[in-house]
Design a binder for this molecule. Structure first.
Ligand code: G6P
Length: 362
């Protein structure tokens, strides 16, 4: 049934809508009868034994990896590096003494990531693949696997796999932190928090008409656009820009809000859309400052903010969720922005030009 579009015009929209169900499915898959989170203990042991985690991925999976870094460092207390596979392969950093490699790949078939895994195996390092496809190449060739349980993702632009990756990384981080008795992990009721995320996502996917009109107003004419944020909001901004580029062909960049003034602000012209993502109080105040700076140079701004931090005039207000899980809700309207920008331009939403669902050449 997952392969059917049903009443949907596009797979992408169906997959965006499936995200609350995927969150709930993940909780089910990774809890025992007592409702406690369970992850294969050899995985959490190996992660905790390591002195450094290396996340290797491409595209949207790489963006999820950045959120994973935050989760693993904060909940499990192990330092994490995040690498683009095609760079890591030829420009390998100095590896720590006891590394643990995590390959994140929706398809489990991406050649760039596989190339790194082959090297990692040659070097005898411990590895895990986090993938949506059981039995995929990366899953077979890594020592451990965690599945995303997102169901088949057909649209080229990845949506539910991204949120499933973040939720699965949170599950891994929490389980590893529990296994090493980290207070941060013990105090984080992830099962409950993912329930709130699912409910929040449900509300957001119900706001399609509003988002479609915002896109008409803000993005219909433009050839370029910027997303800005700090911390997790920066990582989501990178994914937001990628989504927009992939299917609407609007040249988009996701920027660390504070870095904009160090060069990129030169690109701001009358009417240039700049979208700010704000889910955290302290950094959010700074991002608001950065939005003011671009507004005074003519930018047309739009704010996606979290309940409690919203100000009058913000375009999209997100339901409040735990501070470590904000990307799971902030990305939903952002996916819909890309969807409507593509749709309104009359483009092929599910099969954008030049792109493949999974890239099996280096
Ligand atoms: C392709 C897809 C992207 C995806 C990337 C990595 O470029 O178009 O949507 O993020 O590959 O794919 P993977 O299957 O490894 O997550």
């Amino acid at each position: 049934a997952d392969m059917e579009k049903g009443t949907y015009e596009h797979y992408m929209l169906k997959e965006v809508d499936e995200q609350p169900a995927v969150m709930r499915r993940l909780v089910k898959e990774y809890t025992n009868e007592q409702g406690e989170l369970v992850v294969d203990s050899t995985i959490t042991e190996r992660l905790n034994m390591s002195d450094r985690v290396y996340i290797v991925a491409c595209g949207t999976s790489w963006h999820a990896g950045w959120v994973g870094k935050q989760l693993i460092e904060q909940l499990a207390g192990v330092p994490v590096e995040v690498h683009v596979a095609s760079e890591f392969a030829y420009n390998m950093p100095l590896i720590s003494e006891k590394p643990f490699f995590i390959f994140i790949s929706q398809s489990g078939e991406t050649a760039d990531s596989r190339q790194v895994l082959v090297k990692v195996n040659e070097l005898g390092y411990d590895s895990m693949t986090m993938t949506n496809v059981a039995g995929s190449t990366l899953s077979r060739e890594a020592i451990h696997t965690m599945l995303l349980h997102a169901g088949p993702e057909i649209a080229v632009a990845s949506t539910k796999a991204y949120t499933a990756q973040i939720a699965t990384l949170a599950i891994l981080a929490k389980a590893a932190g529990m296994a090493s008795a980290k207070v941060e992990a013990e105090q984080f009721d992830l099962v409950h928090e993912l329930g709130l995320v699912a409910a929040g996502m449900e509300r957001l996917v119900g706001e399609k008409d509003m988002i479609s009109s915002l896109v008409k107003e803000k993005l219909s004419e433009t050839r370029n656009a910027f997303y800005i944020g700090r911390g997790l909001d920066y990582f989501v901004s990178m994914e937001a820009a990628l989504k927009l580029k992939e299917i609407s062909y609007i040249q988009a960049e996701g920027f660390a809000a504070g870095e904009l003034k160090h060069g990129t602000i030169a690109l701001i012209e009358e009417g240039t859309p700049v979208i700010g993502v704000i889910t955290e109080e302290e950094t959010g105040a700074h991002t608001r400052g950065n939005l003011k700076e671009v507004e005074s140079r003519g930018a047309s701004t739009l704010v996606v903010s979290m309940e409690g931090l919203e100000r009058e005039g913000d375009g999209i207000v997100l339901p409040k969720v735990h501070s470590l899980l904000t990307p799971l809700v902030s990305v939903v309207p952002i996916q819909l922005i890309a969807y409507y920008a593509s749709l309104q331009r009359g483009l092929d939403v599910d099969k954008p030009r030049n792109l493949a669902k999974s890239v099996t050449v280096e």
